[in-house]
Each structure stands twice: as structure tokens, then as C-alpha cells.
Design a protein around this ligand. Sequence first.
Ligand SMILES: Cc1cc2nc3c(=O)[nH]c(=O)nc-3n(C[C@H](O)[C@H](O)[C@H](O)COP(=O)(O)O)c2cc1C
Length: 313
Amino acid sequence: MNIWDKLAKPFLILAPMEGVTDIIFRQVVSKAGRPDLFFTEFTNVSSYASEKGRANALERLEIAPTDSPIIAQIWGKNPEHFSATCQALESLGFSGVDLNFGCPDKHVNKAGGGAAMIKTPELAVECFKNAKKSTNLPVSIKTRLGWSNVEEYKTWLSTLLNEHPAALTVHLRTKKEMSKVPAHFELIPEIIKLRDELSPETKLIINGDIKDKTHALELHKNYPEIDGFMIGRGVFANPYCFTNCEPTKEELMKLLYLHLDLFEKQSKKQHLSYEPLKHFFKIYVNNFPGAKELRTKLMRTHSVAEAREILTI
Ligand SMILES: Cc1cc2nc3c(=O)[nH]c(=O)nc-3n(C[C@H](O)[C@H](O)[C@H](O)COP(=O)(O)O)c2cc1C
């Protein structure tokens, strides 16, 4: 039985988010209330396959004991590099591999990866087949409805389902829509139908604008055929989004202290810049009297030591 068969329906997943869902933040989310499954940020297969890029790729693929079960997400466009990376992932402790065929970032798309795969379906299939051949881990796919037109989902999702991935996560928007329009929840019944017709064994995961566990359970009541729900930005509004809890100020501040501690610990192993860490402050210093003023002060800091000094005043 692979991880996808073990998860009870409906399961909840923290969405892969570059620059966010790293080894540090995943441990913070675990403290608040972990999802059933984590994904890593995406790692480029050509980085892993090159001597120069491998150390960096392996840093991104480091996992903590509280992360398991966790899926490694990878992207790229070179089928051989998908093979090389997949061969390594099993021994690194992952429960599965996910192929990113949906990222709309222009650098990623220019390199032929992420959502650009929607425009090269034959290559996407070749990369998937290579990944599947190269590992005993289950191989899943995360994608969007299409490149520019919502109707593309019919052919694009059919192409993917015909390959029988272990799971298919559909972010209910096109690449062109980025995250600027509401997710197309109205297409869920059609997508369920496609999955049931073409690959009933593939777990179907819905993603886009799902706020928290309560929201996911409501959706599941309407669409019991969906296997799992993936939450991304909902975790920014509430790091406890995988529980039914609204955190107190004290709980949020404890998470902030934990984030700072973990950042310092991780900094001993790899080079980490302080500036990106500051983006996380608004997750914890939010929704309580005086939060805005405290956040303004924290945003002016240049080190963890300075942040700690402000927090102890
Ligand atoms: C900062 C950020 C980074 C992201 N990085 C990734 C990524 O590495 N891989 C991926 O598949 N999707 C990535 N995404 C997309 C999310 O996984 C998710 O599909 C999207 O945010 C929609 O879900 P949401 O409405 O719940 O946030 C990213 C999104 C954000 C906001």
C-alpha cells in the first residue's frame, strides 16, 4: 500500500509553496496542527542532475522527523533528469514524488517547466513515464486547468489521467489567470467525471481558494468523490488552518518564537538570509490589538537578535 492508499478520505495537504514551505515552516505548521500530508517546495531536476546544483537541491530536499509523510515535488523539462532525481528520492525518506506541471512563474515557464508543460503534453507524458520507471515511489501530478482557456482542462487533464498518476492535484485556474480570479469550483463535477471515466484509481485533490479544514469539509459534503483538499495561502491567514482552532495571541507568538529558533538552528547548516524570514511575521503578528505596530517594528529589524530584543520589550 502506498501513501495515497493509506490516507483516509478526505485528507488535507499543505500546498507546496516556494520560499514558504521549507523545512522550518513545515515544523511550525506541525506544531500548530499538521496536515495529513506535506509537500516540499519544488526542486529543479536539472539542478539535482548536475554536479554544481546537487548540493543546493539536496538542501531543499532535507526533511525533519515531523514532516513525514511528505512528498517531494520536482519540476523541469528534461526526461533523463526526471529519472536521475526520482532514483534518489526514495532513499531520502519521501513517501512519493509529485511533478509540477502548473507553476506560472515566467522563469520556470521560459525554461520549459511548470505550466509550460501544458503546451508540450507529449514531453509532459515522457517526463511522467520516466519518473514512474525510475522509482518505486508513487508518482503524482499537480497542475492547472490549462494555459489560457478554462476549456483546455478537458484535453489536458484527460492526457494526464490516461497515464494513471497515483494522484492528481488540480489548481482550479489556468496559468493565465494566475491567482487573480476566483477558483473555478463550478468545474468540480466535470473533473470528477473525467477522473472516474479515465482513471478511477487516481486520487483527486482539489486546490485553490480553500481557506481551512472547515471549508474543505463543506466542499467534501457537496463532492464526496473528491479524495483530498490542498490548502496554500489559507495557512498565511491561519497557521492553525488544518485544525478547527482560531489561535490566541499567545499561541501565535509561541509559533513566532519557534520559527526564530528553527531559523537559527537551520542557519548553522546552510546559508539563510534574514530578509525573507521577515515575510513570515505577518502570519504570526496578526489579528490582535497592537499587532500592526509590533509588526512595523519587527519589519525594521536586520537580525534574529534584533527581533528577539523587540519581542522582549
Ligand atoms: C508563494 C507561493 C509559492 C508557490 N510555490 C509553489 C511550488 O513550489 N509548487 C507548486 O506546485 N505550487 C506552488 N504555488 C501554488 C500553490 O501550491 C497553490 O496551488 C496556489 O497557491 C493555490 O492554492 P491556494 O488558493 O490555497 O493558495 C505557490 C504559491 C504561492 C502563493
